[in-house]
Write a protein that binds this ligand. Structure first.
Ligand code: GLN
Ligand code: ZN
Length: 780
């Protein structure tokens, strides 16, 4: 129960759940990569990181967050927040025992080794963080994992801020989410689940909380996004029971001021049944996502002693908020009778770029519709003022935000009547091709491929020469013609290599593409691109998502010249290469003023035009990549059907216009299909390539059991690793595949594109793939 003698647990009126960590000019990335390359010392990286943290704190204070109450989160990470939790609780896998210090802590070199692996010791597995394009490192927890309070980094970073005169709020992944996201160690017995270790983990969190309180922390933020998702490995009932157990131990079991007040934050979705459960615990505050989630329908027991940190500002997208509408939500929330309502972000802001101030080249009107991290902080502060002092106090800001909303609604390009009319006129026939059986015969006649046809996924290594040429072109040092010449020379090399090795269906290698989404965004109407809008994808890696702001259409053909040129070099079929509508949406900042399905259909139509032009140019095989199909899968099961419906339809809209003898391929970057196997069938692609090398073709059993009739290319080369697979290894995989799936369905290809690999690895790997294929063909 709340201890009345404890210092006040008043939560700041405005705060944010987190902030970009990589630095406005990707300073952290550069520092880490220099350290990994052996060019700098750990001290240098620590100094850069400390400077970044200091700049972040000062910037947040300047933007209006309080410094005497913990409005500013202490949420830095060198690589990943889940890895940080692993370091704090000392759960480093046994294969890395030697990099752990005598005190149980990881230094920066050890931490990097766990994140990146070394030699045969694979790094922690990386996987998508909820429905974002951020990837976290999966903890490995077994019955024998020992938990200990091994790293006090959160305490040190809190003290660092305090020494600067700023009282921060340390942020760490909460115990339930930590275990819910973990996977069992390899030696764990069947039936073991990491969440079974909750009781052993909680004392470590308790130690951390006590240590934080002793250092002067008044609040701590425990991140529990697992509570908004049905996709975590823990069944719903057990998840709720775990919440009760965890917060009974941490909140009820520790009296303040022995611990800081606890904010449990639940970003990325609706808390649903977890809301009343959390309200009934003794935590002091609950952070709810009011962008993806809803204002709870009614009050619940326990709420009258809680602060609700209202995540009304979208941490996951870049649109300027309609402040008036957000105030209405806040007022509605106040009606629930919580002890107080404060203003915050729906998620950490690390999914959006630092600041619009870094985008001088952005269209002036578009700019007024946007808010990056810094601008969102100001929105939060403004709303808090409006909530406490009334609308009058923020009259001008309300007007300005309203003007932006109206300008966005009526600006040219946001609604393009020609695009709208075209979408409205579509009938069902636009979404379906003829029967697969007929297509199969027509394609076999046209393509004349051997059994187990070989191909690759699209990209070849992006060499220094390619990057240099692109940079020079960007700076105007190469003319478009000179640049195109260089790219054509690269295509010739890639074609020659594939012919020499003996591939059946060739690709052009994608040298002209900076990124598989941005390239299309730059060539379609309705998109804008940023100069410095980097967001962390994983570790030191960042992407620069484009902004999809208006109705999408294709002003002119995009890839046709490249594909035709490639086809002119060879008698083998060349595969046209496009990115699918769902992936274009997933990896861009997408307009939030209409349903995603409508936007996806517009992109689908633009791609349909491109595909028609490729077909007319004589391209017989066209691949439409959808690696993000699973990433956008909603976190709640009840939302799956609607999502799968619109996503699959947009792909079909893109691809269904072709003749029966044109072969459509798709590529998906993973092999865990469970929830979307029906959707893959729904795509109706003639051939689907998937990742399968690491999981040793496991997925093929399910595919054949499901009676899947179309072509399938299970990857035989794990391109995420520099390892070169031997011929016999590939042969073994193919032998497995031939056992599991009808030979006339099987294709042979790597797991994914080759752009991040080096030719030294790629050439022998591809040679081994072809040798193995020939060997297995000989046994058929
Ligand atoms: N065609 C793309 C490539 O080969 C596919 C990349 C992906 O699946 N992420 O690079
Ligand atoms: Zn892939």
């Amino acid at each position: 129960m709340t201890d009345t003698t404890a210092p006040s647990a008043t939560f700041p009126a405005s705060s944010v759940l987190g902030y970009p960590r990589i630095g406005p000019r990707r300073e952290l990335k550069k520092a880490l990569e220099a350290f990994w390359a052996g060019r700098t010392s750990a001290e240098d990286v620590e100094a850069t990181a400390a400077e970044l943290r200091r700049r972040t704190r000062n910037r947040l204070a300047e933007l209006g967050l309080a410094t005497d109450v913990p409005a500013i989160p202490s949420a830095f990470s060198f690589y990943d927040q889940v890895l940080d939790a692993t370091a704090v609780v000392g759960a480093v896998p046994a294969r890395f025992a030697d990099v752990v210090g005598a005190d149980g802590a990881l230094d920066l070199a050890g931490y990097s080794t766990v994140a990146r692996g070394r030699g045969d010791d694979l790094p922690l597995e990386m996987t998508k963080w909820f429905d974002t394009n951020y990837h976290y490192l999966v903890p490995e927890i077994g019955p024998g994992t020992t938990f200990r309070y091994a790293s006090d980094r959160p305490v040190r970073e809190f003290k660092e801020a305090l020494a600067d005169g700023i009282l921060t709020r340390p942020v760490i992944v909460g115990p339930v989410t930590y275990l819910a996201l973990a996977k069992p160690t390899e030696d764990a017995p069947d039936g073991f689940a990491p969440i079974d270790r909750l009781a052993d983990l909680l004392p470590v969190y308790a130690d951390l909380l006590k240590d934080l309180a002793a250092a002067g922390a008044t609040w701590v933020q425990l991140e529990e996004p697992a509570l908004v998702s049905d996709s975590v490995a823990v069944p719903a009932e057990q998840l709720l029971a775990s919440v009760i157990e965890a917060y009974r131990a941490l909140a009820t079991g520790l009296a303040r001021p022995e611990r800081p007040a606890i904010l449990v934050a639940a970003p990325y979705g609706d808390l649903g049944a977890a809301f009343p459960v959390l309200a009934a615990t003794d935590v002091e505050a609950i952070g709810i996502d009011l962008v993806r989630g809803h204002v709870p329908a009614e009050t619940v027991p326990g709420l009258s002693t809680k602060t609700l940190v209202a995540g009304v500002i979208d941490g996951h997208n870049i649109w300027r908020a309609d402040l008036d509408a957000k105030l209405a939500v806040l007022e509605q929330l106040e009606g629930l009778g919580a002890a107080s309502v404060t203003v915050g972000t729906s998620t950490s802001l690390f999914h959006v770029p630092h600041t619009l101030e870094d985008e001088p080249a952005l269209d002036a009107t578009l700019r007024t519709w946007l808010a990056f991290a810094d601008e969102k902080v100001v929105e939060v502060v403004t709303l808090a003022e409006g909530l406490t002092e009334g609308r009058e106090a923020i009259h001008e800001q309300l007007l300005a935000a309203g003007d932006a909303v109206r300008s966005r609604r009526s600006a040219p390009g946001v609604v393009n009547p020609a695009v709208r009319d075209r979408v409205a006129a579509l009938d069902e026939s636009a979404f379906g091709r003829g029967p697969f059986d007929e297509r199969k015969v027509a394609q076999a006649d046209r393509l004349n491929l051997p059994p187990l046809p070989t191909t690759s996924i699209g990209s070849f290594p992006q060499t220094t020469e390619i990057r240099t040429a692109r940079a020079a072109f960007g700076k105007g040092e190469l003319t478009p013609e000179q640049y195109a010449d260089e790219m054509r020379a690269e295509i010739r090399r890639v074609v020659e290599l594939q012919e020499k090795i003996g591939f059946d269906v060739l690709v052009h290698g994608e040298p002209e593409r900076n990124d598989m989404v941005q390239y299309f965004a730059e060539n379609l109407d309705g998109f804008a691109v940023t100069q410095n809008g980097w967001v962390q994808s994983y570790g030191s890696r960042c992407t620069r998502p484009s902004i999809l702001w208006g109705d999408v259409s294709r002003p002119k053909p995009i890839t046709v010249e490249w594909s035709s040129y490639t086809q002119s070099l060879t008698d083998k079929p060349v595969k046209g290469m496009l990115t699918g509508p769902v992936t274009i949406l997933a990896w861009s900042f997408v307009r939030d003023d209409q349903p995603l399905g409508e936007t996806a259909n517009q992109v689908g139509l633009a791609l349909r035009d491109e595909i028609a032009d490729l077909e007319a140019a004589g391209i017989a095989v066209i691949q439409v990549d959808e690696p993000a199909l699973r990433e956008l899968l909603p976190l709640r099961v009840e939302d799956h059907a609607a999502y799968l419906d619109w996503s699959v339809r947009s792909f079909r809209l893109a691809t269904a216009g072709v003749r029966p003898d044109t072969q459509i391929h798709t590529h998906l970057c993973y092999s865990e299909f469970g929830e979307i196997i029906g959707a893959i069938d729904g795509l109706d692609a003639d051939v689907t390539s998937i990742e399968a090398a690491r999981s040793k073709m496991e997925i093929l059993g399910d595919i054949s059991a499901a009676g899947y009739p179309r072509g399938i290319g299970p990857g035989v080369y794990d391109i995420h690793s520099p390892r070169v697979p031997s011929e016999s290894e590939v042969e073994e995989l193919l032998t497995e595949a031939v056992k599991a799936i009808a030979v006339d369905q099987l294709w042979v290809n790597p797991d994914c594109g080759l752009k991040t690999r080096r030719y030294e690895e790629v050439v022998p790997s591809l040679e081994h793939i072809l040798q193995a294929t020939r060997a297995v063909r000989a046994t058929l």
